[in-house]
Design a protein around this ligand. Sequence first.
Ligand SMILES: Nc1ncnc2c1ncn2[C@@H]1O[C@H](COP(=O)(O)OP(=O)(O)O)[C@@H](O)[C@H]1O
Ligand SMILES: [Mg+2]
Length: 337
Amino acid sequence: MTTAVKAGAASTSDTPGPILRVESLTTSFRSGGAWHPAVRDVSFDLARHETLALVGESGCGKSMTALSIMGLVPKPAGRIAGGHIWFEGEDLTQLDDEAMRRIRGDRISMIFQEPMTSLNPVLTVGFQVAEALFYHRGMSGREADRMALDLLEQVKIPSARRRFADYPHQFSGGMRQRVMIAIALACRPQVLLADEPTTALDVTIQAEVLALLAELKTAYGMSMVFITHNLGVVAAIADRVAVMYAGEIVEIATVRELFRRPTHPYTELLMRSIPRVDRNIAELETIQGQVPSISAMPPGCRFAPRCPLREPRCEAAPPPLAGRSGHHVRCVVRAGA
Ligand SMILES: Nc1ncnc2c1ncn2[C@@H]1O[C@H](COP(=O)(O)OP(=O)(O)O)[C@@H](O)[C@H]1O
Ligand SMILES: [Mg+2]
């Protein structure tokens, strides 16, 4: 077998501009005989070597945005209903399944939200890392095993050689998440989508995995979309942040700017719900109410029913995402005043 190993780094400089451009993406699900957007008119650029965080409560459309990029929107209940996803000059929304399979796990990879369900319990961890290398690189078994071991060492699995033939249940949660990272990085992707990769872990392990991701991102020259519901971890990992609410981006800015001038009332509430060591958990402000369901969206601002700054005009029409110098906010009270 003589399939050449593609140099991951060499292909990253093919086209100028952002590595990924999501343009007016709308992803919908069918329920009760009608299609309802779970992601609505979402646009963002991901620059080369940049980490963009997608932040918001559960049910805001973060995972569905990532799954849309991966071509993994569950069919037939869901579909990409509009927009474009540009990656290296190609619109991923226009590719057929076979073309998408070639890109997925190779040039764009994802770390999924549930580490337990995304590892196969009956296959060894070593085999699961090697699998992507057989499939995308056409490597021989020995070559793939050697590289898989190298990857397990890069993600700092202690005694990786001895643990190569272990099964997922023999690993702790943190170690399983490292295996997931090794699988995602096996083919040296240009873009890594990390969906709440540390949420299930305790705080110390969470910090270690975040540090590892940041280190590997730099070493591999990747760009990353980092998904979390915790604005607190964003400062440690991201360059820019997009805050999502009810399927829409409600605020987007650099991390520095967002922490200095949080503008959307929802962003402010997220800021106040960041756990802090100097505050009692019981004092934490929780956000009242719930994210509306996709089939019952308020007609005006989607956050209005929960918003402390609500005015009659908020409920009259959906607010635009507006702003300047890269700081955009979807709020007529705050940004439009
Ligand atoms: N398979 C599905 N069928 C119908 N609706 C779905 C499905 N998956 C997700 N949704 C809807 O899409 C919305 C966004 O979900 P998701 O992207 O998973 O949110 P997040 O990752 O921010 O928690 C949710 O309101 C959910 O109801
Ligand atoms: Mg999710």
